[in-house]
Design a binder for this molecule. Structure first.
Ligand code: 76T
Ligand code: MG
Length: 214
């Protein structure tokens, strides 16, 4: 049967990227998406914004919602200090399988735990199952209509502390209007918009960085 796009992306990484070299994995995926097939990785332009925020926060605990093929997982994991706890959640088991192989090709498998499941089910389990107190950095890149319910879930579960940083992809395209309205109007967050473009296109998109004020 015909392969899937994530499987073809994995093949491109295994063929073109050097094992143990995260930069070459990132470049191989970006090349594949620019010259072969578009895919919904955060991409190089928004990826640079992600890099700068992760570097600035220098987190001890990280959560990513929406692993997909592991592109942003590799971008984040390559920047983390040793001993950082990094968890990434993926609902689609086929994506989990591909992501684990791409992360392993980058040599970053010991830096991150890929968990199969949905945010709504797993966020309430973070403390008991993964020994998390609070998250220093959260990257939201899963179903866009889950951004708002999930940020409320983080609050309810006591997973945010004064200074926790949330970075949300795609707040323009496909868009997360209710989430934007919430973080921009809530007195409990300080929000800032980073304009960019939809990965590998000239369409407008951007990321929203929100700091929890406690
Ligand atoms: O929709 C998007 N991404 C989310 C997504 C989408 C599908 C499947 C999953 C399955 N993974 C999943 C689900 C639920 C989950 N709960 N907890 C974890 C978890 C994990 C996730 C997206 C779309 C576009 C886009 C497409 C087309 C277009 F024209 C313009 C733009 C661009 C992006 O950068 C995007 O990020
Ligand atoms: Mg995205």
């Amino acid at each position: 049967t015909r392969s899937t796009r994530p499987q073809r992306m994995l093949k491109a990484v295994q063929k073109n990227a050097t094992k143990g070299n995260p930069e070459s994995v990132i470049s191989a995926i970006d090349y594949f998406c620019k010259h072969s097939e578009w895919a919904m990785n955060v991409g190089d332009e928004k990826g640079s914004i992600l890099d700068s925020v992760v570097t600035e926060v220098n987190p001890s605990t990280v959560l990513e919602l929406g692993t997909y093929c592991g592109y942003s997982t590799v971008r984040i994991a390559r920047l983390l200090s040793p001993g950082t706890k990094f968890i990434t959640l993926e609902f689609n088991p086929a994506n989990v399988t591909v992501a684990r192989q791409i992360i392993a090709h980058a040599g970053l498998q010991d830096k991150v735990t890929v968990v199969e499941g949905s945010s709504g089910d797993l966020i309430p389990q973070m403390k008991e199952r993964f020994g998390i107190t609070t998250f220093d950095f959260i990257f939201l890149d899963h179903w866009k209509d889950r951004y708002l319910p999930d940020i409320k879930l983080f609050e309810e579960c006591g997973l945010l502390r004064k200074g926790s940083v949330l970075l949300a992809d795609n707040v323009i395209c496909p868009g997360a209007p209710e989430y934007l309205e919430y973080v921009r109007n809530s007195p409990r967050y300080e929000s800032r918009y980073y304009p960019a473009h939809l990965e590998y296109t000239t369409l407008e998109d951007g990321m929203e960085k929100s700091v929890f004020l406690g």
